[in-house]
Structures are given as structure tokens and as C-alpha cells.
Design a protein around this ligand. Structure first.
Ligand code: COI
Length: 354
């Protein structure tokens, strides 16, 4: 991994806010660490890479990202090893994915030096913010258009920030999901596989309606048949049917989750049968009725491995077995946690010490 970008300047806070943090009760995504990384793209080049105290940024109301949504982001986490070293998990995968998302929105690629050197230096500087024990430091790279222009065209200037926040669980309870047939998240040829801000904005109404009915979030179906399971919006989904892990295949309309890829790799290494294929909601109902739907769970950076307790489809609640009996997702979740915190062997070199 690269070290410093040659012109990375660092302005440190004079007073850390860390001792104001109640580490027993960390709300997800609301408390930010002392510093942030920022780099600008202008006149065809990345420039002005710097680390500065976390805080508000000035912007013009004509900022093109606000009008036309040229904005992409990533989600990653830093952990501590038992010896207290800061660790990143698969940062190169996030680097590659943010540039795929950027390409889809006609934004220039972020240079590797800017992304990885900014990330590494920021995590080193704020490593005290990585919670010890349970919890992690959530890292949010965010990249958006900054031309001041009311006119639809790709921006010529951009800003790339990395901010971080100490977090606990995204879902503190087993998750209850409801299948939506009314709304769709993505369609073929659209932006479903990219981590673009607009995908999340477009999910909010369905999410709000799900919450009003007592569910945590929705299960999206494919846009054409309203039949095949896509994802949840906050995470990819998997099911254990008759001891086989089944997950929707990457059709171009769902996010290519780094946690999803990691979990499937670990399951295969554990000798568990994994199928990536179209999964219809009818198949899930049939498996449930036939007594072979053993587990359902989500996979994501924020959500980690989130056991699902209920799936509502067409007014019927499928109440899954007690999540305490979920041996597959529990075992893979434990393995993943051990790798991320350097408590066991890391055969794929996923963990990067910063
Ligand atoms: C992540 O898991 O990192 C995400 O970006 C999902 C978001 C809903 C928190």
C-alpha cells in the first residue's frame, strides 16, 4: 500500500473530542472522529490532498451534485488487532468499486494514491477512535460533483472526502423485512450495481412505509417480473435452504457487496454448498412451507451479518426459526470477525495493517 501522497498536508485538531464519546452507547453514524481527508479534482488533475479537522464545508447552492446527483460513496471499516494495531479490511476492493460507481456516473477515476494514502493516513491519525473490543470505525469515502452550474452535463470539478465514525451494530435486533411489489430499486441498464447516492434516495419511501408497518426494511424484487429477490438496500441477502447457502446472483441490478463476496468465499472454504443464482420469492415461501428454510440473513459492511427473523410477503409473515439456531450465518460471522480483527489466519491477505 502507498504511504503519503506527495503533497498530503495535515492540520491536526488542537483538542480531541474523543473523551466526549460514551463508548458504551455509540449511535450508528452520528459521531464523527476528529479529522477528515479531502482532495479536489480540477482542470483534469487530482490536487490539494489534505487532512483537516472534521467540520462543515462551504458550498454553493448551485453545486451540481445537489441538482443532478453526481455523487458516489463507499462503506468500509477499521478494526483493532488484539495488540492494538489499526487494521483495514479489503481497502483495495472499495477503491475499485468507488471507481466503477464513478465511471457509471461519468465521473473521473480517483487515483489510487489519493484514495489509499488519504485513507491510511487518516486512520493512522484517528486510530484512537477505533473502538477496542466490540465495535469498529466506520469509514465513509464520499465523492461528488462541485461545478457551480445549472445545466445538465458532467461536472468538471469534484471533491473527495473521507470521514469516519465509531460504530456499534447497525441492526441491534434480528431484522424484520417486507417484500415490496409496488416499488423497484433498480432495473437492467440502470445504476443498481453502483454505489450511487441516488439509489439510496430512491429507496427511502418504501423504507419509510415498511417501518410504518413494523418492519426494518424492504426486500426488493426484480423490476420486470416482480418475482426474483434482489437485495435489501442496506445489505445483500442470503438464505439457507436445506443446508445450501443460496444468494441472488449479480445480475447488474444489485450491489456487488464486498461482505457478500467475502462471506461466500468463507462458506466455500468451510465446505458449505453455495449457489449464486436467481432466487424467486415463491421459492422462499415454498422452502418455508416445506420446513427447509433454515436461515435468512443480510450481508453488508454496516450491517455485517444480520440475521433475519421475519419476511413478510403479500400480507403473510414468514416467521423463521429462532436466530439462536442459525448455525451457518453465526459460524461465518464469527470467522469474518476473527479475520477482520487479526485473531486468526488471513489466507487471502484481506487485512491491511496501517
Ligand atoms: C454500508 O454497508 O457500508 C452501506 O453503505 C449501507 C448503508 C445503508 C449504511
Amino acid at each position: 500500500m502507498s504511504t503519503f501522497a506527495p503533497d498530503l498536508s495535515v492540520e491536526k485538531v488542537t483538542h480531541s473530542r474523543l473523551n466526549e464519546l460514551n463508548s458504551d452507547k455509540i449511535p450508528f453514524g452520528k459521531v464523527f472522529s476528529d479529522h477528515m481527508f479531502v482532495a479536489s479534482y480540477d482542470e483534469g488533475n487530482w490536487q490539494e490532498a489534505k487532512i483537516v479537522p472534521y467540520g462543515p464545508v462551504e458550498m454553493a447552492p448551485s453545486l451540481s451534485a445537489l441538482h443532478y446527483g453526481q455523487a458516489v460513496f463507499e462503506g468500509m471499516k477499521a478494526y483493532k488487532s488484539p495488540a492494538g494495531e489499526p487494521l483495514l479490511f479489503r481497502p483495495e476492493a472499495n477503491f475499485e468499486r468507488i471507481n466503477l460507481s464513478a465511471q457509471r456516473l461519468c465521473m473521473p477515476a480517483i487515483s489510487k494514491d489519493v484514495f489509499l494514502a488519504g485513507l491510511t493516513e487518516l486512520i493512522r491519525l484517528d486510530s484512537n477512535w477505533i473502538p477496542a473490543g466490540e465495535g469498529s470505525l466506520y469509514i465513509r469515502p464520499i465523492y461528488f460533483a462541485t461545478d457551480e452550474l445549472i445545466g445538465l452535463k458532467p461536472s468538471e470539478s469534484y471533491k473527495f472526502f473521507i470521514i469516519t465514525c465509531p460504530v456499534g451494530a447497525y441492526y441491534s435486533q434480528p431484522v424484520k423485512l417486507i417484500v415490496t411489489e409496488q416499488y423497484v430499486r433498480a432495473c437492467e441498464g440502470g445504476t443498481g450495481a453502483a454505489k450511487v447516492a441516488g439509489n439510496y434516495a430512491a429507496s427511502l419511501l418504501a423504507d419509510k412505509e415498511a417501518k410504518a408497518q413494523g418492519y426494518d426494511n424492504v426486500i426488493w424484487l426484480d423490476a420486470i417480473h416482480r418475482k426474483y429477490i434482489e437485495e435489501c438496500g442496506t445489505m445483500n441477502l442470503a438464505f439457507v435452504i436445506d443446508n445450501v447457502v443460496v444468494t441472488p446472483k449479480l445480475t447488474g441490478t444489485i450491489l456487488n457487496g464486498i461482505t457478500r463476496n467475502t462471506v461466500l468465499t468463507l462458506f466455500r472454504d468451510m465446505g458449505v454448498a453455495v449457489e449464486e443464482r436467481l432466487v424467486s420469492i415463491d421459492e422462499i415461501v415454498e422452502a418455508y412451507d416445506g420446513g427447509v428454510l433454515m436461515e435468512a440473513f443480510g450481508m453488508g459492511t454496516a450491517a455485517t451479518i444480520a440475521p433475519i427473523s421475519t419476511i413478510n410477503y403479500q400480507g403473510r409473515d414468514l416467521t423463521l426459526p429462532p436466530v439462536s439456531e442459525y448455525k451457518y450465518s453465526h459460524a461465518v460471522g464469527q470467522k469474518l470477525e476473527d479475520i477482520k480483527t487479526a485473531k486468526c489466519e488471513d489466507p487471502y491477505g484481506w487485512v491491511v495493517r496501517v
